[in-house]
Design a protein around this ligand. Structure first.
Ligand code: FAD
Length: 500
């Protein structure tokens, strides 16, 4: 079998992209060097727009029964909730934190409640779904060489035996140290790190050696919870000397001792990872027939848990554009809008994580800054701005239409279609573009008839009608909203190509 697209990396972003491509009928293969899903504790939640993206494709349901905070805490008071009680006495529940300040309450859209799902649970669900949809997921197969020309990409793969693979396109979803990025020669400029951080699941000789929740100490940051064994530690004494060396029990213990000021002993390590706060981003996300998505395209420290939202946003943006390219129906320049739309989204995450590191540093001056920051962030406008920023909720793409909804993520409108209640999320399962006619505009339905092979037209009644007709891209963003036929025709041609 020949393939249209090879994805390198079966992390959450590579697997989600495989689902997106398969929903569009693209012949897709995923190469993953690991034989099993990485058991190391990484993301514990998906917030903001990332949660919406998973919901709209029905992936949340595939996650099965997720543990509650109380389950995770093993009967203890959940850390986030106890902090919330301390830092925020009234109002809606927090949806996240900024630099360990659990002050984010709600953005400008009602979406944004985080899904508390471990990264492995997400990867299991996505891998199963990608395979069900027809992706060829090959574990134990590492990419080692790339050679691209005008018609495709030739890859060298080390599997059970070495082999060559040819495909039209290659997407590197192979994480922060991406081989695809390095072998292709993508520029990856950025700012070096100043901290050494660890996230681990450990057993200790004194379970109460340090309080649960997030705490800054004389040497840096130490957070415990939500699971009793989980520690997140960061010391502000420079980046790790060797980032690829395995994390040892002694190294973790020394860090916990310095940060807690106790003589705690680590008796067992179940999972450990080391991180720093370098922030780097590929200058472009496409070089010829090679593209990058997720951590391969941008790295930043994990504070605020934004990596999955950012990467899922990349994959949702890229999937339908690459599918149109593969099918030969992409309008000129469509694929390049992947970089123009997604590069700024990551740049601002990198920027806000640098601000969070500054706010997490030890010392009395930062204590004072945090107090001022908390007071400012308690105002409604500042809180909305921060929550939007952390959840990617306020992103607006340039779509050449001046309706207030245009370029924004389509709200999850409650609709009635042929007497049956539904929502935009329900209609988005299959991953195609939608024309929502909310005002029975039959002439506009006629306008889009030439795109009938690629656009689903839905005539619906809505409780709230933001515009008579709304054109929604497969990634959920509004391509156009309004009532003039010329504008609608132009938008269809710009995003979905010339009619056949
Ligand atoms: C301590 C920590 C806590 C975090 N917490 C959160 C959180 O709460 N919320 C959140 O949203 N994000 C969080 N993140 C970030 C999140 O884990 C990442 O953003 C996410 O893993 C990125 O997914 P990815 O698919 O892009 O890359 P990865 O998950 O790194 O996957 C890349 C895959 O590519 C494979 N690969 C690499 N090279 C090759 C090759 N040559 N050939 C074949 N396969 C290859 C790897 O084995 C791997 O499976 C956290 C990160 C850390 C480190």
């Amino acid at each position: 079998m020949s393939y249209d697209v090879v994805i390198v990396g079966a992390g959450p972003i590579g697997l989600f992209l495989a689902c997106e491509l398969r929903l569009q009928g693209v012949r897709t293969i995923v190469l993953e060097r690991r034989t099993e899903i990485d058991p190391t504790l990484k993301a514990g939640a998906v917030g903001g727009r990332g949660a919406d993206i998973l919901t709209r494709r029905g992936i949340v349901e595939l996650l099965g029964d997720l543990p509650s905070m109380a389950d995770l805490m093993g009967g203890r008071k959940p850390a986030a909730q106890s902090l919330q009680a301390k830092t925020a006495k009234a109002g809606p529940p927090t949806v996240g934190h900024f630099a360990g300040l659990w002050i984010l309450r709600g953005g400008s859209t009602p979406a944004g409640m985080p899904i508390i799902a471990g990264q492995q649970a997400l990867e299991v669900a996505l891998e199963k779904y990608a395979i069900e949809l027809g992706a060829d997921v090959r574990r134990g197969h590492a990419l080692t060489g790339i050679d691209q020309d005008d018609t495709g990409v030739s890859l060298t793969v080390e599997g059970p035996e070495a082999y060559e693979l040819r495909a039209g396109w290659l997407v590197g979803c192979d994480g922060g140290r991406s081989a695809v990025r390095k072998l292709t020669g993508f520029a990856f400029p950025g700012v070096d790190g100043v901290i050494t951080g660890h996230q681990a699941l450990v057993e200790v000789d004194a379970p109460d050696f340090f309080p649960f929740g997030w705490h800054r100490t004389e040497h840096g940051l130490l957070a415990r919870g939500p699971m009793p064994q989980r520690v997140l530690a960061a010391e502000f004494d420079g980046p790790p000397v060797d980032r690829s060396a395995p994390v040892t029990r002694e190294e973790l213990q020394a860090s916990l001792r310095r940060l807690s000021g106790t003589e705690v002993t680590v008796t067992a390590v179940h999972s450990a990872t080391r991180f720093t706060d370098n922030t780097r981003q590929a200058e472009t996300y496409r070089v010829g027939r090679v593209l990058l998505a997720g951590d391969a395209a941008h790295v930043h420290p994990p504070f605020g848990g934004q990596g999955l939202t950012l990467g899922l946003g990349d994959a949702a943006n890229l999937g339908w554009k690459l599918a149109a390219e593969v099918a030969g129906r992409a309008p000129d320049g469509l694929l390049d809008t992947y970089t123009t739309e997604r590069h700024p989204a990551a740049a601002r995450v990198l920027h806000n994580t640098r601000a969070q590191v500054a706010l997490l540093a030890p010392g009395p001056r930062v204590d004072a800054l945090r107090d001022v920051f908390t007071a400012l962030a308690s105002t409604e406008e500042a809180n909305r701005l921060l929550t939007d920023l952390m959840g990617d909720l306020d992103l607006r793409y340039e779509v050449d239409c001046d309706h207030p909804l245009a370029g924004r993520y389509c709200p999850d409108l409650s609709l009635t279609v042929s007497g049956t209640a539904t929502t935009v999320a329900d209609l988005s399962r299959s991953g195609g573009p939608l024309l929502l006619d909310l005002d029975d505009r039959s002439s506009l339905r006629d306008t889009v008839r030439p795109w009938a092979d690629r656009l689903e037209v839905v005539t619906a009644r809505a409780e709230e009608v933001p515009a008579p007709v709304v054109l929604v891209r497969p990634d959920g963003y509004v391509a156009w909203a309004g009532e003039d036929a010329d504008g609608l025709r132009r938008a269809c041609a710009r995003w979905f190509g010339s009619p056949r």
